[in-house]
Design a protein around this ligand. Structure first.
Ligand code: CUA
Length: 196
């Protein structure tokens, strides 16, 4: 019968017990795989952010959500698409449970467009699929997003922040029309998308 070493650490391992070095090696390997996955995901976020020009609203502008309809930039007569002296357009929209006001706006293609939104009640979302437009609309603040539509088209504008029981039904439209056609639209046709 073989003599067992007196130090228990130098005794041979029982069947089925994995040596400590092998465990450490495997753990290190998994750590490296996870670090690589994390790095890849961070890279995807950074690269898509830069390539798609995605960015959070760059300005902090505050206003009083309880007096939106009484005074200031977001009174009803000021909502919708306005033409600026430099030829660009500014779109002002109020988000409220459970619609956007106005419900549809027309903007020109190939023109700088500045969206300015605010909320009259809770947090809503402002998203135009397949564009760089994606922002939260927080009561008390103005969400400003600048974009440019290369070609005419129709965009659905769903609210993408859960805002209550009617959230799923809260959406609006942005209708991008050719630049020449836009110049001939009446203010009513620009804001509300009613036929000319
Ligand atoms: Cu508004 Cu969801």
């Amino acid at each position: 019968m073989a003599e067992q070493p007196s130090n228990p650490l130098s005794r041979p391992l029982a069947d089925g017990i994995v040596p400590q070095e092998a465990v450490a090696r495997t753990e290190k390997r998994w750590l490296m795989i996870m670090a690589a996955l994390l790095a890849a995901m961070m890279a995807v976020i950074v690269v898509t952010g830069i390539v798609g020009a995605l960015h959070p609203s760059s300005n902090v502008e505050v206003l009083d959500p309880t007096t939106l309809h009484l005074r200031g930039e977001f009174v009803e007569s000021n909502l919708g698409t306005a033409i600026e002296p430099d030829g660009s357009v500014t779109v002002r929209i109020i988000a409220e449970q459970y619609d956007f006001v106005p419900h549809c706006v027309r903007v020109p293609a190939a023109t700088p467009v500045k969206f300015r939104l605010t909320s009259a009640d809770v947090v809503h979302g402002f998203l135009l699929p397949n564009t760089n437009v994606n922002s939260m609309v927080v009561p008390g603040f103005v969400a400003e997003v600048r974009t440019r539509f290369a070609a005419p088209g129709e965009y659905a504008m769903p609210c993408h922040e859960f805002c209550g029981l009617g959230h799923h039904a809260m959406w609006a439209h942005v209708s991008v029309v050719p630049k020449e056609q836009f110049a001939n639209l009446t203010p009513t046709a620009r804001t509300g998308c009613v036929p000319q």
